[in-house]
Design a protein around this ligand. Structure first.
Ligand code: P6P
Length: 335
């Protein structure tokens, strides 16, 4: 057995950074004596699909799959080939993994039954958010949200399984396909980030126990429709300008959210003339990011209430979304 020269060596040998995501998931599962391993397997299914999507995205320009299909999705948005590929890959991995009884996807109007009625979880997913950025090589992301079903295990899923407030999520997170591919997730006990090493096909722990800075110098918003923003939002934006804060908006929610999570900042998508209830989706975009934000000591509101406490009425429901550094959100609330 290797005998390190000093304690310090041992420490460097056992430093948690470098732990693979599989080992991390297992370590966390072992902390819960009653854990059956089903949630761990579900997380591994997401990891698998994300590796496949990462590869597809990184070669999109070469394989001619960055373009548009001639289909529209439930959002009324033109579907891109990679939207469809990501949707199919995640659904296939989740169905084969057998840990969910139903799947809600941004790309599909209806909920997908997996035929696994014995499974106790359901998952809501935005397979590829911001995909219009792919052909200009800007980061895009997958967002996922996992709930314990409220319908009876063994029976069919119910719509109610997907209409739970975000506070009920058992796990949530995102994959950011950026300069590197990162997976960031929480099971309610802190937020951890893993960086993908394609040459090894492994994710390694790279950002342990992420805490969002209480302040930040970035605000992320598309001001094109500022004249139709609510008055308090316009007043808040004016105060940001007065403080000479930086505007950073890549037009990809996961990219903007992740930068603000690490550096401090606030992402805003208010109600606008075009999107009266805001553009972002509560169930498979805002709830997952709101749980990450709060678990990292940040905040996420719809203007008046915690995102996580909103009772969803519809699976594709839109809400105004303000998420980021605690002090910035509290300043916004003061307006
Ligand atoms: P706008 C991408 O379509 C998206 O859903 C988010 O990823 C992004 O933050 C937002 O919409 C961009 O919307 O209206 O600024 O183009």
């Amino acid at each position: 057995m290797y005998e390190p020269k000093s304690k310090a060596n041992l420490k460097s040998l056992t430093h948690p950074l470098g732990t693979t995501i599989d080992r991390f998931i297992l370590q966390r599962q072992n902390e819960f004596p009653h854990a059956t391993g089903e949630l761990s397997q579900l997380l591994r299914d997401i990891v698998l699909a994300s590796k496949i999507i990462s590869r597809e995205i990184n070669r999109a320009g070469l394989s001619g799959i960055e373009g548009l299909t001639d289909e529209e999705n439930v959002q009324g948005e033109k579907q891109r080939m990679l939207d469809v590929i990501a949707d199919v890959r995640f659904i296939r991995a989740l169905v084969n993994g057998q840990q969910v009884c139903a799947i809600l996807s941004e790309e599909r109007e209806g909920i997908i039954e997996t035929g696994r009625n014995e499974a106790k979880y359901v998952i809501a997913i935005d397979p590829l958010d911001g995909s219009s950025n792919i052909d200009v090589n800007v980061s895009v992301g997958t967002i996922f949200s996992i709930y314990k079903r409220v319908s009876e295990v063994g029976g069919p899923f119910s719509d109610k399984d997907f209409l739970q407030p975000g506070i009920n999520q058992v796990a949530a997170g995102y994959i950011l396909y950026g300069s590197s591919t990162m997976l960031v997730y929480t099971t309610g006990y802190g937020v951890n980030g893993f960086t993908y090493e394609p040459s090894l096909g492994e994710y390694f722990l790279s950002h342990q126990n992420i805490i969002q800075p209480e302040w930040g110098d970035y605000y992320s918003i598309n001001e094109k429709q500022k004249d139709s923003f609510p008055k308090n939002i316009r007043a808040f934006l004016k105060s940001c300008k007065k403080k000479d804060m930086n505007t950073r908006y890549v037009g990809s929610l996961v990219g903007d959210f992740h930068r603000n999570l690490l550096k401090g900042g606030i992402y805003l998508y208010p109600s606008t003339q075009k999107y009266e209830s805001g553009k972002l989706r509560l169930v498979y975009e805002c709830n997952a990011l709101a749980l990450i934000a709060e678990q990292a000591n940040g905040m996420a509101i719809n203007g008046s209430e915690r995102i996580l406490e909103i009772q969803p009425e519809w699976h594709h429901q839109r809400v105004p979304f303000y998420a980021g550094s605690k002090q910035l959100i509290m300043n916004l609330q003061a307006f």
